[in-house]
Write a protein that binds this ligand. Structure first.
Ligand code: ATP
Ligand code: MG
Ligand code: MG
Ligand code: MG
Length: 470
């Protein structure tokens, strides 16, 4: 009997309740009173005021299951086994209360005693200088030293500009050689999906000042984060996040709507997983009050919806389908997030309107592309120029892979190199125009990850594609 995602969530939260933690519901995806972050991307993000001491926590020990959006992972979605733009993060937090001596053994107890994950499959990473953590892992927990990997600042030290920061310790699960990259150098920390990181324990023990000095905090904090879907993936022994029980139901619906089979063709599978992921993130975002627009989180939502719609086209789906899929997400998650059910009709409506708008864009682009293709047919050329593909993409918001797909159906290829060069030119121009707007370290840097095509398209069409006032 394999534990379902919903059961695992409950197991975790009640385990930490038994350790004196107060269970709080997930905070909304839209940050409250925090302009530095576009969307909540971790369990600790909405708890920042408690960590910085700006607000008094309701208890010094808190546990949550937090809805998270991580758009910087978008390129990985559907390709790696472990990344979604939406996921739920389980966490236990100490605001100046318990520290490493409790956090590490409790994590181990939950994983090996409560969930009974075989010890042989587990690995641990620590920050290279964190001998304290090494002692606890080896002495109190009793892990052999050779199962502990020391990692550098990039991976295992959590810090954002100035303020509280500290080393991390992560727990990994070895999914077996067949799930790995096959390289002889493959080990914990390898980017492939063999050793999957599933729990990160952050020991906020320093304060970093403007000059880069680290001083030890009198009352250090604990902040842990475990991906619920990753945990379920391990516990249910499935290939990836999208095959976890509740998520799989969404995936199956994608397949039946598109009339495609999962597991037969890699490219098709990627599209299926992308749609599965994006309908989850967008349903959750709309439920939390985000509406499609051309800036900020509304733009993130629009981009995700259109990306999902585009993959639907690649699978050969005709017309609008995402709003129906949203209902599957709602049904799978309403137990943990009752607000989904209450807002079901509204969520579907918002998604449907955006799908219709995208359809309009597609129709327009298709008309132009068909013109290019008939020109090609009456010439001896076999290649659609990168300029034309770029114009379709930039001015009409028509996705490049659709252009290629349709060109290929007609026996033509597209000059991708030329297209990429145009993209680069535009990116550089956009960067110069925008200046360096990073800075606030809490932001998840959405604009460097997502291309600007959709934005540009609306400039071209002016009024009718304005923000939707739903
Ligand atoms: P990875 O190195 O695999 O990208 P991470 O180090 O970026 O993960 P953390 O920032 O440490 O992840 O987040 C804590 C936990 O949240 C991770 O250990 C993982 O279980 C989960 N998690 C992180 N990113 C994702 C994602 N995109 N999809 C699903 N779960 C995630
Ligand atoms: Mg990551
Ligand atoms: Mg990591
Ligand atoms: Mg990590």
């Amino acid at each position: 009997q394999k534990l379902g995602l919903n059961e695992l969530r409950e197991r975790y939260l009640s385990f930490f309740e038994s350790k004196g933690h107060l269970r709080l519901p997930s905070f909304p995806l839209v940050p409250q009173n925090d302009a530095s972050l576009l969307l909540i991307n971790s369990g600790m993000a909405p708890l920042k005021p408690y960590f910085t001491g700006k607000e008094e926590p309701p208890r010094k020990r808190v546990t949550t299951c937090q809805k998270c959006i991580r758009t910087p992972d978008i390129e990985n979605v559907g390709k790696t086994a472990r990344h979604g733009t939406f996921f739920e993060m389980l966490g236990n937090f100490s605001f100046g209360d318990y520290f490493k001596n409790e956090a590490i053994p409790w994590a181990w107890e939950f994983v090996t005693k409560d969930l009974k994950i075989p010890v042989e499959r587990l690995w641990v990473s620590i920050y290279e200088d964190d001998d304290e953590a090494f002692e606890i892992w080896t002495k109190s927990v009793g892990i052999p030293a050779e199962k502990i990997v020391r990692m550098g600042k990039k991976d295992n030290f959590w810090e954002i500009g100035t303020g509280p920061c500290g080393p991390c310790s992560e727990i990994y699960f070895d999914r077996g050689e067949d799930k790995g990259c096959g390289s002889p150098d493959c080990k914990v920390g390898c980017d492939c999906d063999r050793y999957i990181e599933f729990w990160n324990l952050v020991f906020t023990q320093f304060n970093r000042d403007d000059e880069g000095n680290y001083t030890r905090l009198a009352n250090p904090n604990i902040d842990t984060g475990m991906g619920l879907e990753r945990l379920a993936c391990i516990m249910q022994d499935v290939n990836n996040l999208f095959e976890v029980d509740t998520v799989r139901n969404v995936l199956n619906n994608v397949c039946s709507i598109a009339e495609v089979k999962y597991g037969e063709n890699n490219k098709t599978d990627v599209s299926i997983r992308v749609i599965t992921d994006h309908i989850r993130s967008t349903t959750m975002m709309v439920s939390d009050g985000v509406i499609p627009s051309n800036e900020g989180r509304g733009y993130v939502l629009r981009r995700l919806l259109r990306r999902a719609a585009r993959h639907g086209k690649l699978l050969g789906v005709e017309g609008q389908f995402l709003y129906n899929l949203a209902m599957v997400v709602i049904n799978e998650s309403k137990e943990a997030y009752p607000e989904l059910f209450e807002k079901a009709e509204y969520i579907q409506k918002v998604i449907k309107i955006e799908e219709e708008k995208f359809q309009h864009t597609i129709d327009q682009g298709l008309a132009i592309l068909n013109g290019y293709i008939s020109d090609l047919k009456s010439s001896s050329d076999k290649v659609l120029s990168g300029d034309k593909a770029f114009k379709l993409h930039d001015t009409f918001g028509f996705p490049f892979d659709l252009t290629r797909e349709i060109a290929e159906e007609n026996g033509f290829s597209v000059n991708e190199e030329e297209f990429r060069a145009e993209m680069e030119k535009q990116k550089t121009a956009a960067k110069i125009a925008q200046g360096n707007k990073d800075g606030a370290g809490w932001d998840d840097n959405i604009y460097s990850t997502l291309d600007k095509s959709i934005k540009t398209e609306f400039l071209g069409y002016g009024s009718f594609e304005c923000d939707s006032n739903i």
